[in-house]
Design a binder for this molecule. Structure first.
Ligand code: M6R
Length: 613
């Protein structure tokens, strides 16, 4: 949830760290701070608010150094003020630490240390860790900084990505990972450390992903990785990151979210590249090829995820059941991990995640694995924890997603679900001709997306007419019910307008009470077998003077006359429509939020990657 970065080498660390924080800001943005080691002293500046506010302070109080750490926070313990911002210094001011995660036994540690008159200054759990490292280090002349860091981590319960420096040993940066990701960037006589590769990519492509339970000691010329619970050195080769700078910059767009919405005409093609077999009406998913028999023979298939990825999972269920006739249960990972679900070696758990780091989804995977299930990850971030911990997987290849509200990652997940369902279905005898209809429609989707993007002004017009309302309702049937849920979530996240998604027919069972002339109701209304039913639902809203916004792939006179606003996507396959309709909903949410003056890429209270429970 927080972004952490560290540097050791010969460069001026301050601008590098501040730039890195900006790249990581999507992970948390309520306060930020930086600490550098100069002349045997630690200099630290922290500030509530955005990284830009920290930058102003740093400009006023110049600091220099070639070893440093920096942090952008998403508060868990203690409100987002200057004091609770990281880095946290121990009471001697000789050790500084940044932390992403939660120290669960922080109260016990704090109590023990306070009884020894060690003063605490913040309300955070993280300060307990730096004070503990300090107590161990200064209590024992024999113990190195590394030894004290290791010993303190062994006493800690919880999740962490943590980086620390010590003025007594100024040529060393230490870091450890338990539940929160850390990447080491390897340069010439320099090292970088960060929560993800985005702040590193402009300096080096050579990285090592720290594994769970590992720590690293960095000096300008060397790195040594070990387990936290043993000083034995672990040898690990580096890998090359594929990310490009353009992918993580806004370019000419006003916001990352808008850039990412527009990128979908390419990212969807990237997701499907080399995977569509137009001739045979099937798909090829190399990452799971060997596991297809196990999926087909499974007693039970669960798909688990959180948030937007959970909506993609709901679409996946409908598709897999339709094409492959395999029953699928979709579960919120946060519920699945704690309930007594039926899991055995004949169970398959498919986990969907953009970041590949979501704590609840990871916990659900670990639980299923422990009980012998086959686990499959559908992830966007290459090398992420979920990608590495699952038995097999399918990358969505949507490229880095920086906007906190997920857009291109969602449509890529749905595309993967569609390909997975077809691939399983064809193995179970699903008709090749019908398979070809679907692969053909998928193959043309980039043109459909371009058409939608070209007609953005129609969507903006709807937003102009509705941006002052307090509530929105989104209604869809069948495979488009999750599309409605996702449309409502997108709107809530970035515009702060209250929105709910329902199966269209459920409206009569309660939400209809809300409908009056101030309630826009978005109908996902493709020309499929549910069309006439949706028309009746629209009539019901119209009769109560609700504002009808319809999204369809085939305009009819009746739909046109009933709708206050009609937004069209190109005519397509009924199982491709959820993707194109979702792009309209993304743009609608975007324009509504812009018109309301909201912060688009970093909505209040949210963070991109939820690495705590
Ligand atoms: O990285 P993940 O896909 O596992 O994240 C799951 C949710 O936290 C995420 O989809 C969240 O709901 C987004 N903010 C949606 O826009």
């Amino acid at each position: 949830m927080c972004g952490i970065i560290g540097y050791i080498g010969n460069r001026d660390a301050v601008p590098l760290l501040l730039k890195g924080l900006k790249r990581l800001e999507y992970r948390g943005y309520d306060s930020a701070g930086i600490a550098v080691l100069t002349d045997g002293q630690i200099h630290s500046i922290k500030k509530s608010g955005k990284v830009s506010q920290l930058e102003v302070l740093v400009d006023d109080t110049p600091m220099k150094g070639s070893i440093g750490i920096a942090h952008t926070r998403w508060a868990t313990h203690g409100e987002p003020n200057d004091i609770n911002a990281h880095p946290h210094l121990d009471h001697t001011g000789r050790i500084a630490l940044i932390h992403n995660g939660i120290i669960e036994n922080h109260e016990t540690i704090r109590k023990v240390l306070e009884e020894r008159d060690i003063p605490f200054t913040s309300d955070t759990d993280s300060e307990a860790l730096v004070q503990l490292v300090s107590a161990m280090y200064f209590d024992d002349d024999e113990l190195s900084f590394e030894g004290a860091f290791r010993a303190a981590l062994q006493d800690v319960v919880g999740a962490y990505g943590v980086v620390a420096v010590c003025a007594e040993e100024p040529e060393t940066v230490l870091a450890a990972r338990m539940g929160s990701p850390l990447v080491i960037g390897i340069g010439e006589g320099e090292y970088f450390l960060a929560s993800d590769a985005s702040p590193i990519v402009e300096y080096t492509r050579n990285v090592i992903y720290l594994d769970e339970g590992e720590m690293v000691k960095l000096t300008p010329d060397n790195h040594s990785i070990s387990r936290i619970d043993s000083s034995e050195i672990v040898s690990r080769g580096s890998v090359e990151i594929e990310m490009s700078i353009e992918q993580i910059e806004k370019g000419d767009f006003d916001h990352f979210m808008l850039k990412e919405i527009h990128e979908q005409k390419h990212t969807i093609t990237d997701t499907m590249r080399g995977r569509l077999n137009l001739e045979d009406g099937t798909t090829h998913l190399g990452g799971i090829a060997d596991f297809k028999p196990s999926i087909l023979a499974a007693d039970r298939v669960y798909i688990t995820a959180c948030g937007t990825s959970w909506h993609a999972a709901l679409i996946g269920k409908q598709l897999i059941e339709n094409y492959a006739q395999i029953p699928v249960d979709v579960e919120y990972a946060s519920e699945f991990r704690y309930r007594n679900a039926i899991i055995n070696p004949d169970t398959v758990l498919i986990a969907v995640s953009q970041s590949g780091e979501t704590a609840d989804t990871l916990a659900a995977i670990r639980k299923a694995k422990n009980l012998g299930a086959l686990t499959i990850g559908i992830c966007n971030v290459v090398g992420s924890s979920i990608a590495r911990e699952t038995d097999a997987g399918i990358y969505t290849h949507a490229g880095p997603e920086i906007g906190v509200a997920s857009t291109k990652a969602f449509t890529a997940q749905v595309a993967v679900m569609t390909m997975l369902a077809l691939s399983l279905g064809r193995r179970k005898g699903f008709d090749a001709g019908l398979g070809r209809d679907l692969t053909k429609a998928l193959h043309h989707i980039d043109n459909d997306i371009q058409t939608i993007l070209d007609d953005d002004q129609s969507i903006r017009k709807v937003a102009q007419d509705t941006h002052m309302v307090d509530n929105f309702l989104y209604l869809g049937r069948g495979i488009n019910f999750p599309v409605a849920l996702e449309g409502a979530l997108k709107l809530k996240e970035i515009s702060y307008i209250h929105a709910e998604g329902y199966p269209a027919a459920e409206m009569k069972h309660g939400p209809i009470a809300l409908i009056d002339e101030n309630m826009p109701v978005v109908f996902i209304a493709p020309r499929d077998d549910t069309y006439s039913k949706i028309l009746s639902n629209i009539q019901e809203v119209k009769a109560r003077r609700g504002i009808v916004i319809s999204i369809t792939d085939r305009k009819t006179r009746e739909l046109d006359s009933l709708s206050d606003h009609l937004l069209e996507v190109p005519r397509t396959h009924k199982h491709v429509f959820p993707i194109t309709a979702s792009i309209i909903l993304q743009l609608l949410a975007y324009h509504l939020a812009v018109l309301r003056g909201c912060e688009i890429d970093q909505p209040r209270n949210l963070a991109k990657s939820v690495t705590v429970e």
